[in-house]
Design a protein around this ligand. Sequence first.
Ligand code: DQA
Length: 193
Amino acid sequence: MDGPDTTGPSTTGPTGTGPKTAGPMTTVLVLNGPNLQMLGARQPEIYGSATLADIAAACRDLGAQLGLAVDLRQTDDEGELIGWVHEAFERQLPVVINPAAFTHYSYALRDALAMLTSPVIEVHLSNPATRESFRHTSVVSGVATGTIAGFGPQSYELALRAVARQLNGGAPGAPGARSAPSASQAARAAERS
Ligand code: DQA
């Protein structure tokens, strides 16, 4: 579906109608893995009737209220998804990610996400814990700030709220905050800031 918006800077200036926050908007990458462009048609009894375009519109609306510029992308390609995580690393952007089936087996995606020092929220429309046993394992959760699953499209909205909260003073060890960064992550973050 949506490809990367490579034209924009990491932050954009406030608009007259948008953010309720005073400062510039922070870009958040909302990344989606395989088959999620089929939402609406794909197993609606599990994933609901909203399309990815519907979710993107809702995310952009909420993002504007939260002071977040939402850049939503989808790919079926593991390498492309990892490339977008590298971009988040370079630009120090927060990430909301529904890795879809990659959740359950992509160590390469996990390794890419482990580099990030910005908030990383894993989202799922369904609750994988209530489904087939192969979905009970997430190789991504261990490197995410937190995981939100089972709320349909609302999972994305909750994730954006979590990002906004994290950016506004979420501290290591605080409720909902990312677990304390490793020594090497903290050192890299310090070097890059
Ligand atoms: C999903 C759950 C995954 O198990 C599945 O492979 C998906 C979607 C979800 O959003 O519920 O593609 O990530």
